[in-house]
Design a protein around this ligand. Structure first.
Ligand code: CP3
Length: 358
């Protein structure tokens, strides 16, 4: 492949990273494309469930470097993926800001819904101190990773994290978050600013500890209208990217404004992210147009991974036919769901690498 050849030449000059994921995020194309999967560590893996029961709460698990590092490495070992993603959660940031955060079995996250009067109590100064165990996890994972596997750090983007802080749980119609943003934009902007600062510091500290790429999860970006998307998704993301890149211009940042639709293009142009993670609703024709400007990652429907078989093979092949020339990272369009059979993940990786049994 021409691209592969020219990449090799660039690499000879020392300009292209050696790890396959990092090459693509730097704008190169590699064949077959690198593959990792959102939520690749988690309840669908029996080895995760075994370790999960060793910690009292989910946050205890996130803050136990030995357990969290081992969980991070489990899917890499089992499937030989091109990247590990730090095992943690986007809600460790509200926790570090002083909010109460819990995870209820079968229900998901539970927080005390924040009121405008609570804003003054958010404590941004100690965020990285309180999140120190996460950095320890990162250092430990780096020691345990194969030389060819990249380590991705991550955080939630401010809008998505704010919805959990305001709704107190996974949003449904997001009415509490929207009415806060609309009726009290000044205080809502304050909350977003606190999150921008905390998230930028947190991501920078992840890089210092050894994260080689970052992903910003804006899982609920798609519930906003265009003006609100610009103000609460694009603007804060642009600000985080600028802050993180000031110290570490070469660490690539993947943006995931899930559900952004046509606005993916504006997000790509205006935020400064290096690559886009595409949800399953992004048509391949739009994906290709976006790929002409920056590397894209995605976007198999996680339910197709649950189904497996021919549906999965067709789904993967359709995406590879459209985007496989690169720059492209194979991934799902959202996280792996707990019902996923691990054998389907192994088969998916074989298909992407072109070595599946007929
Ligand atoms: O991808 C990975 O393997 C790394 C770990 C990771 C987790 N959460 C572990 C987790 C990552 C990257 C996340 C991100 C995250 N967390 C997002 C953004 C991505 C997305 O899915 O949209 C969001 C919105 C959250 C908030 C969150 N955490 C929810 C809504 C839930 C409950 C729903 C669920 O899937 O359980 C969590 C809990 C959580 N985070 C679990 C895991 C493995 C399950 C907890 C358990 O084991 O009991």
């Amino acid at each position: 492949m021409d691209n592969a050849k020219s990449n090799a030449n660039i690499e000879d000059r020392g300009a292209m990273p050696a790890k396959r994921l990092l090459r693509v995020l730097a704008g190169g194309s590699v064949a077959p494309p690198p593959v990792w999967l959102m939520r690749q560590a988690g309840r669908y893996l029996p080895e995760y469930r075994a370790l999960r029961s060793k910690a009292k709460t989910f946050l205890d698990l996130c803050f136990s470097p030995d357990l969290a590092a081992e969980i991070t490495l489990q899917p890499v070992r089992r499937f030989d993926l091109d990247a590990a993603i730090l095992f943690s959660d986007i809600l460790v940031v509200p926790y570090a800001l002083g909010r109460r955060v819990g995870f209820v079995e079968g229900e998901g996250p539970k927080l005390d819904p924040i009121q405008p009067t609570d804003l003054g109590k958010l404590n941004g100064d100690g965020v990285c101190t309180r999140l120190a165990p996460v950095f320890e996890t990162i250092r430990s994972v780096r020691r345990g990773l194969p030389a060819s596997t990249a380590l991705i750090g991550f955080a939630g983007a401010p809008w998505t994290v704010a919805t959990y802080m305001i709704e107190g749980r996974s949003g449904n119609d997001f009415s509490a978050s929207k009415s806060f943003a609309l009726a009290d934009a000044k205080n809502f902007a304050k909350l977003i600013e606190v999150l921008v600062e905390a998230t930028s510091d947190y991501l920078t500290a992840q890089i210092d500890a050894g994260a080689e790429a970052l992903q910003l999860f804006d899982s609920w970006a798609g519930v906003l209208g265009e003006p609100e998307f610009r103000r609460w998704v694009i603007e804060p993301t642009r600000s985080i990217v600028a802050r993180v890149k000031k110290k570490n211009p070469d660490v690539p940042i993947i943006g995931f404004p899930r559900g952004a639709g046509m606005l993916y293009a504006d997000y790509a142009r205006e935020t400064g992210v290096n690559a886009l993670s595409l949800d399953p609703g992004v048509p391949l024709v739009l994906a290709r147009a976006l790929q002409a400007r920056l590397p894209v990652q995605g976007n198999l429907d996680p339910q197709i991974l649950v189904a497996g078989g021919d549906a999965m093979r067709r789904g993967v092949e359709t995406i590879l036919a459209a985007l496989g020339e690169g720059p492209f990272v194979f991934n799902l369009g959202h996280g792996i769901v707990p019902e996923t059979p691990p054998e389907h993940v192994a088969e998916l990786v074989r298909i992407v690498r072109g070595a599946a049994a007929a």
